[in-house]
Write a protein of this length. Sequence first.
Length: 232
Amino acid sequence: MALPKELKTVLVVDDDVGWHGVLRDEFESRGEHGDCPYRFQVDVASSSSECVRRIRSKHAQGHGYDVVVLDVRLDDAVGGLKTAYALGLAAQLGRQRPVVIMFTGYPTYESCVRAVRSGAWDYIVKTDTVGRLALEVVVDSAVEGLCGLDLQQELAQRIPAWFGAHSSDMQLRYCGQLVAIWWQPEVHVIASGKDAFELEERLESWRALHEPWEKPFIVQIPPSESGSQTEG
């Protein structure tokens, strides 16, 4: 029997209400696919002010949206970007940062840079490409972002306990190195290197077999005290 899917909440913010229904349908349809780990509940807003009201209402209930799809141009030229910055500030204050996807029909270099600096997960143009609808790209990106967050939580739970039980062995084998750790089928070291460049080179074949959002846990093993004293 399949396990029940986790419910994720989505807020679509766009002053073109035509996107509200199609994105809601795409998210809900994706949640019905057997290979999607989530099901979705979608709310919509047509302006920055309505978006803020909905987010504040969620926070007042002790929750937050898992995904926020923001049109770059809302009430003004940077309405969506201002909201993205505010969500980033909320995250710094302890709120969970949602997967923020900037969605625009007027892409510019400046707005893309500002979106990245605000902490947005993705920046997607409202243009269909060969074989891909823009709304499909949005939902694909949201699912990848959510999977990445879930993976981070899984690693945060599994790795510290494992590392504590293997700290002596790790110190002996990887003294002074960077180590990449993965958790499937069980927690284990997948690569090590003397610095980030060497580690990334050794991770190349592993990355080729995994999704871009699948990122290993990286830890630096401190050099031994005896080694430090010898170098000094």
